[in-house]
Design a protein around this ligand. Structure first.
Ligand code: FAQ
Length: 340
């Protein structure tokens, strides 16, 4: 670095040096493209284009924030779970989500962005997290519905990410998907018990929850492909393997059949099997609502962010204590080494 400064003496670098640098860069880029085209994975220390790195930090950190903020609508129900069994299941699920957030922050850190930077972006409202967590959880049936529909949508979106070209993200997703499957099944089970063994009021509560969560779940997959600015490049790089619309359709096709088993209606009069397409057709999604929520004006955006920031501030003493302990331990270790 210093040598370079001495060489140029503050002048613009020689044109021939610039040409060598850009030829090197072009060769690295060509190698990278060929590596991706051959279906290979990229590791943290491999060379990668700046925009590939930036896209991954954006997506992985948004994903991590979603897991952490996603704990809030459910955490709200831990003290009100109807039985000890349901309470332990919900506690385990929320703890899993904390774990998913931590693996994902770690995966993003391998790209050179610190956890503090990511959290700062979340706490100041600069970073996005999934739109779905800005809706309120009004009844116990919302817990089952989040498991069935929200985790169901999350799995549909996340299974292809297990083959994401960035290996640390792909590896984190394998474990996350296994845990999400348990989350989805426990939600379906909780709803099935209410539908088959519950009272009329409980069945009505389930139907009401499904009515409220269905459309926001379809929005989780992101905007339609022709309005998704990041899709083309992310697909080219093997970060995304399946498009937003294709995943949404797969989710609808799978969920309609599950709804029949549960005995609930999905709130879309246009939901009909199309024999020609071999898929269910569906009614229009309210993309204005989606962009409102993504833009910070959903029903619970302010509440969610406020709770997150408060938890961070209230936890400051824990972080300070952990740092003080770690520094004491390392002082002790270096003193012992000096004596030896
Ligand atoms: N909410 O060009 P695209 C979970 C943004 S985890 C908010 O299509 P991309 C577990 C997007 O960021 C759920 N923003 O973007 C759980 C972009 O803005 P930007 C989270 C959204 O990245 C369950 C802009 O719109 N899962 O549920 C949303 O190619 C139960 C244009 O969109 C993941 O994060 C949205 N729904 O595709 C926890 C999975 N959709 O960044 C607790 C990984 C789009 O340019 C309880 N992420 N936007 O400013 C992905 O697969 C992708 O990032 C997509 C979006 C598909 C979400």
């Amino acid at each position: 670095m210093y040598t370079q400064a001495m060489d140029t003496m503050g002048r613009e670098p020689d044109e021939s040096l610039k040409a060598v640098a850009s030829a090197d860069e072009a060769a690295l880029q060509a190698n990278f493209d060929a590596h991706i085209d051959a279906g290979n994975y990229v590791e943290a220390k491999d060379w990668m284009p700046q925009n590939y790195r930036k896209t991954l930090v954006r997506q992985i950190s948004q994903h991590a924030h979603s897991e952490i903020v996603g704990m809030l609508p459910e955490g709200n129900w831990i003290t009100r779970a109807p039985t000890l069994k349901r309470k332990t299941i919900l506690l385990a699920k929320v703890q899993d989500e904390a774990g998913h957030g931590l693996y994902l922050y770690s995966a993003a850190e391998t790209l050179g962005t610190s956890r503090d930077e990511m959290l700062e972006a979340l706490h100041t409202g600069k970073a996005k997290y999934s739109s779905i967590f800005n809706y309120p959880t009004l009844t116990w049936a919302d817990m089952g519905t989040i498991g069935w529909l929200v985790d169901g949508a999350a799995i549909m979106n996340q299974v292809p990410i297990c083959r994401c070209s960035y290996a640390p993200y792909a590896r984190a997703m394998i474990r996350i998907c296994r845990e999400e499957s348990f989350h989805q099944r426990q939600g379906f089970d909780a709803l099935l018990v209410m539908m088959q063994q519950g009272t009329d009021a409980q069945r009505a509560m389930v139907q009401d929850a499904v009515n409220r969560w269905w459309w926001p779940c379809l929005m989780m997959f992101g905007p339609p492909d022709d309005q998704s600015p990041n899709s083309a490049q992310s697909m080219r790089w093997g970060i995304k393997r399946v498009s937003n619309d294709e995943l949404r359709q797969k989710f609808i096709d799978a969920t309609v059949e599950q709804a029949k088993v549960l005995g609930v209606t999905l709130p879309d009069p246009d939901l009909k099997w199309n024999a020609e397409r071999e898929h269910y057709d569906h009614g229009p999604i309210d993309w204005d609502e989606f962009w409102r929520v993504v833009g910070g004006n959903g029903p619970c955006n302010r509440e969610r962010l406020g709770t997150r920031v408060k938890a961070w501030e209230d936890g400051a003493w824990v972080r300070e204590a952990a740092l003080a302990f770690a520094s004491k331990q390392s002082d002790k270790q270096s003193n012992t080494q000096q004596v030896a």
